[in-house]
Each structure stands twice: as C-alpha cells, then as structure tokens.
Design a protein around this ligand. Structure first.
Ligand SMILES: Cc1ncc(C[n+]2csc(CCOP(=O)(O)OP(=O)(O)O)c2C)c(N)n1
Ligand code: SF4
Ligand SMILES: [Mg+2]
Length: 292
C-alpha cells in the first residue's frame, strides 16, 4: 500500500544557503535575491526540481545563495547552459540569472536565440547599467554621456533597452522590476516563473559602488507602475514603455501564449515517429552511413 507523504510548507529561509552574500552593503542585488526567495516560497517550488544558472559577475553569484541545484558558469553563457539543462531535463524548473554585461554584451547573441526559440526558462537580468565585478566599466545599458571608470569624459555609445530587445527577439513574457520595490519584484518573479516559454524580467538593481547612491534615488524617483488599461498582448503598446527617458515603468509589459520550445520539440517527435516503429541504433547510423 502506498503512503502519501505530505511535505512541510517551504518558508523563505528554506531557500537560503549557508553562504553569506559578498555583495557590497546597499547593493541592489540583495533586493533581487530576497525577491527570489519570496517568489519561490509563494509558488512552493521544490528545491530538488529547480536549477538556477548564471554566468560571471557580481549578480551571477546568486545561484550560490539559493538552496536549489545551481551552476555558476562562464561569462555570458548563462542561457546556453540553462538551455542545455532544460532540454535534457524538461521536468526541472530552470532559472537563468546574471547581469546586464553578462546578458547583453558577451552573451547578447544567446539572449536573442533563447528568446526566439521560446525556451521554457525564466531569465532574471539584474541591470545596474555597469560592469560591477570588474570595477565599473560601461555596459550596453550604461546611458550615453555617463562618466564611468572606462569613460572619464562621458560614454560616447547609445544604450540598449533590454525589454525592447527581448520583445523584438520573440520573448513571450517580458517585464520590468526595480529591486528597491520588493513587493513588485516578488509579484513579477512569480508571474515570470509561472509562464510557459521564455520569460524575461529586467530587474533594475543599483550598484552603489560604481554608480553611487544617485542610481538608487534616480530609479526610485522615476519608477511608475504600468497603467491598468495596458494591453500586454500588444507589441506596440509594450514597446511604448521601452527607451524611456523620464520614467522607469514596472510591470508586465508583454505577455502572449505561444507554443514553447519543448512543445514544438514534442510535436516534431510525434510527426517523426507517426506510424513507424521506433528506430533502432543501426537505423540511425544508416541515416549517416548507408553502407552500414
Ligand atoms: C570571457 C570573459 N570575458 C571577460 C570577463 C571579465 N568579466 C567578468 S564579469 C564581467 C562583467 C560583469 O558585468 P555584469 O554582467 O553586468 O555583472 P555585474 O557585476 O554588474 O552584476 C566581465 C567583463 C570574464 N570573466 N570572462
Ligand atoms: S560592485 Fe556594485 S554590483 Fe557588485 S556587489 Fe558591489 S554594489 Fe553590487
Ligand atoms: Mg552589471
């Protein structure tokens, strides 16, 4: 006779590891991490069914602080590793995390392909508009004109908007959060984690060390919620909240239901095998080597 085991309810502390975050006091990534603990709690996510994957950067240290499976990979490759994990273990919940440099500079190419494939991954980008770990160089999201450690006379390059890119690349869920707004961050993480397909959350997350206290104050002053009548299924309506100068609009900018990568893959498998017996290893080898 089988026995039903009732799991105890997970609390935010259950998702904490013994590692103490080494982020600078006041770093916005603390808000993102706390948001993730609470979102996992709200969804009662099972740690043993979850993998948090990152690249390299201050923000990419996050998997070490979450009591799930984790992978702190190489710079810019969070999404490639996350994709491999998801395709080989579709039963696992896969969360990719990292910085704006990791995801938009060296990893920009992977961002495009993960989004267009609609891979079943939630991707949380902690965007401080700077390379924090390597001591304050400009990133693709650093506003034009800003003085940084690598642009003493002002950044000569225009910045990109990660949400605009995600929508254009084909992501089916795109949101923006501010890590200083914990309640809003939790709500958006819960929604992103519940989406089937590629969910991208741009978490504005200040770097007190290389962007100063002003970054937090500016983000807080500029933050506003999406209006209630916003239509998240409309691409033009969503794009209207990207490249904003006066505001940082938070909420679900874009959300559509499309078959995910795994749905499409399952459909291909059914078509390929329809009416035929499953191929043997010899059959597969003969496809490439007819004389076998
Ligand atoms: C292949 C490679 N190139 C460059 C680096 C150096 N590097 C490490 S982290 C980083 C940028 C980090 O910025 P971001 O991803 O925004 O993370 P943050 O530290 O701001 O959270 C760079 C350039 C590296 N580790 N590996
Ligand atoms: S350098 Fe910036 S991003 Fe890195 S831990 Fe310190 S405040 Fe956070
Ligand atoms: Mg950064």
């Amino acid at each position: 006779m089988s026995e039903t085991v009732t799991l105890p309810e997970f609390k935010p502390a259950d998702y904490k590891t013994d590692l103490k975050p080494v982020w600078c006091a006041g770093c916005g990534d603390f808000g993102a991490l706390t948001g993730l603990y609470r979102a996992l709690t709200e969804l009662q996510v099972k740690p043993w069914e979850t993998v948090v994957v990152s690249g390299i950067g201050c923000s990419s240290r996050l998997p070490g602080y979450v009591e799930t499976y984790g992978f702190n990979g190489v710079h810019g490759r969070a999404l490639t590793i996350a994709a491999g994990v998801k395709v080989s273990r579709p039963d696992l919940k896969v969360i990719a995390v990292g910085g704006d440099g990791d995801g938009l500079a060296i990893g920009g190419n992977h961002f495009m392909h993960a989004a267009r494939r609609n891979l079943d991954i939630a991707y949380f980008m902690m965007d401080n508009e700077i390379y924090g770990l390597t001591k304050g160089q400009t990133a693709p999201t650093t506003p034009a004109g800003d003085k940084t450690k690598s642009t003493h006379y002002g950044n000569p390059e225009p910045a990109v908007d990660p949400c605009e890119l995600a929508i254009s690349f084909g992501a089916t869920w795109v949101g923006r959060a501010f890590s200083g707004d914990l309640k809003g961050t939790v709500e958006l993480m819960v929604k992103a984690l519940s989406h089937r397909g590629f969910a991208f959350l741009n978490v504005m997350s200040p770097c007190v060390t290389w962007r100063g206290d002003d970054q937090f104050k500016t983000l807080k002053a500029k933050q506003r919620q999406l209006p209630e009548d916003h239509d998240p299924t409309s691409r033009p309506a969503a794009l209207a909240y990207t490249r904003e100068k006066e505001f940082v609009t938070t909420g679900v900018l874009y959300e559509v239901a499309e078959p995910s990568f795994l749905d499409r893959l399952a459909a291909v498998k059914v078509t390929a095998l329809a009416g035929k017996p499953a191929p043997t290893v010899a059959d597969v080898i003969r496809t490439f080597q007819p004389s076998f």
